[in-house]
Design a protein around this ligand. Structure first.
Ligand code: NAI
Ligand code: 13P
Length: 309
């Protein structure tokens, strides 16, 4: 197949494996690399067309610096699928990739994509976003199929922040369900959660409308309503009385929302952005409030108009 691409996926976790399945099903040559791989990164990326980063946030700087020392073809497209924020700089993963590889196109992939459903071959849709449209279109072709519908978007920051900020709201949604607060409360939480995501995202330079698409609202609905989401599980189990340490001992994989909440708190304080839900999730994760106290704090805030806060 002439359009077959060589795709190297960094990270053999749940998401890296699911992305590998999708690209392989389209007859692309796929190699997965992990810290435990026997093949060296240098050998693997030799003929790569696309390097996909599907490591968790804590591994991003590490893999970036490993690649920086290697001779890479100038044609290589970097695709980042990590949903997190750098604790040191508050940068997004794509900003880290772009800074390290300024002459390569960087594409962001994000959407309502619970990996277990994708591995079960259930249908899903996602977004690939880049400042370089042609690179986003190459990635779109690599992953599109009759069970994975891929849209392009020209707002990489908005697409990336949609998938990242929603993890904090997914923790809150898990709390809401764990406390059995009902459908009205859940609808209110997700709607006000989206408002909060838009507020911070737009302040950081993303486009408002991006948050109403698949990577914002779409992912918020998926993870805020699914026990398959690790972030939702953290919130749900906190509401059931477990400690964060206990939850993390048994959790399969990474719940990025925990780190993201801390980074958001730091940045929103510096920039004076109001983020009441994120703030309560933060206090809850620090064990400074109980789930019920966090709920009361939110319900008893000053009353105000729905918009123009
Ligand atoms: N699982 C899912 O449904 C989805 C996950 N994501 C995002 O993808 C990222 C990865 O998630 P999962 O695969 O689910 O997590 P996971 O915990 O299953 O896997 C994380 C991977 O990162 C690797 N890693 C961590 N630190 C590293 C380092 N220093 N060097 C090399 N590799 C390192 C781990 O070895 C592991 O392979 C997260 O940011 C997550 O938010 C995005 C969409 C869907
Ligand atoms: O981002 C995801 C689905 O789109 C995965 O959510 P969790 O990381 O909470 O499992």
């Amino acid at each position: 197949m002439t359009n077959s691409k060589s795709v190297v996926i960094l990270g053999a976790g749940a998401w890296g494996s699911a992305l590998a399945t999708l690209a392989k099903a389209n007859d692309h040559k796929v190699h997965i690399w992990s810290r435990r791989s026997s093949r060296t990164l240098e050998k693997l990326v030799e003929d790569a067309d696309i390097i996909v980063s599907a490591v968790s946030m804590k591994g991003v700087r590490d893999v970036v610096s490993q690649l920086q020392g290697l001779p890479l073809s100038p044609e290589i497209i970097f695709l980042t699928a990590t949903k997190g924020l750098d604790p040191q700089t508050t940068c997004t993963p794509s900003q880290i990739w772009q800074e390290a590889f300024p002459n390569h196109p960087v594409v962001v992939l994000s959407g309502p994509n619970l990996s277990q459903e994708i591995q079960q071959e259930l249908p899903a849709a996602t977004v690939v976003a880049s400042n370089v449209t042609s690179a986003a279109e190459v990635v779109q072709l690599v992953f599109s199929s009759n069970r994975f519908r891929v849209y392009t978007n020209a707002d990489p920051l908005g697409v990336e922040l949609g998938g990242t900020l929603k993890n904090v709201m997914a923790i809150a949604a898990g709390v809401c369900d764990g406390l059995q607060l009902g459908t009205n409360a859940k609808a209110a939480l997700l709607t006000r959660g989206l408002t909060e995501m838009v507020r911070i995202g737009v302040h950081w330079g993303a486009k408002q409308e991006t948050f109403y698409g698949l990577s914002g609202l779409g992912d918020l609905l998926a993870t805020g309503n699914s026990p398959l989401s690790r972030n939702y599980q953290v919130g749900y189990q906190l509401a059931c009385g477990k400690s964060l340490t206990e939850i993390l001992t048994h959790l399969q994989g990474t719940a990025e929302g925990i780190n993201t909440t801390k980074v958001l708190m730091l940045r929103s304080k510096q920039q004076n952005i109001s983020m009441p839900i994120t703030e309560q999730v933060y206090h809850l994760l620090q064990a400074e409030v109980t789930p019920r106290q966090a709920l009361l704090e939110l319900m008893l805030r000053d009353i105000k108009p729905e918009y123009n806060e």
